[in-house]
Design a protein. Structure first.
Length: 133
C-alpha cells in the first residue's frame, strides 16, 4: 500500500535525473534519440554557451529570452524558465523532466488557430449587392 502512495521517480533511458545532471552534454547525447544526438554532438559548444548565458541571467533575476528554437533540452536546463519567441511574442516555458531530448521550439506553437469573423462586403457574390450601411 505504501509503495503505491510513493511518487514514482522519473528516469530517462534508465537513468535518474541526478545521474543525468552529473553527465557532460556529450555524454548525455548517448542516451538521446538519433536526431537530437547528432545535433548535440555537432553543436555542444552552442548549447554550453546558451546554458552559461541562462545561468548568468538567472543570477541577475533577468528573464531568459531566445529566438533560438532549435536548441535541444539537456538536463542542465531543468528548472529554468525560458521565454521562447513565437514570431509575435515571447512565451515563457518552464523546463521539466519530460522535455529532455526535445527542442525548445516544440513547446511554443508559431501558428495560432484562425478565428474567422463574418465575411466582408464583396467576399461572396450575394454580399456584393448589399448596402454599405
Amino acid at each position: 500500500m505504501e509503495d503505491s502512495l510513493q511518487k514514482k521517480q522519473f528516469t530517462y533511458k534508465g537513468r535518474t535525473i541526478e545521474e543525468l545532471k552529473s553527465l557532460d552534454i556529450r555524454e548525455f547525447a548517448k542516451f538521446a534519440k538519433a536526431t537530437p544526438r547528432r545535433f548535440i554532438l555537432r553543436n555542444f559548444d552552442i548549447i554550453e554557451r546558451f546554458i552559461k548565458k541562462c545561468k548568468k541571467r538567472q543570477e541577475n533575476n533577468k528573464p531568459i529570452k531566445t529566438h533560438n528554437r532549435e536548441i535541444v533540452i539537456v538536463p542542465n536546463m531543468m528548472g529554468l524558465t525560458i521565454q521562447i519567441y513565437s514570431g509575435k511574442q515571447y512565451v515563457p516555458i518552464k523546463i521539466t523532466q519530460e522535455m529532455l531530448g526535445h527542442r525548445l521550439g516544440e513547446f511554443v506553437p508559431i501558428r495560432s488557430k484562425v478565428q474567422h469573423g463574418a465575411p466582408g462586403i464583396g467576399a461572396t457574390k450575394s454580399s456584393a449587392a448589399m448596402s454599405v450601411k
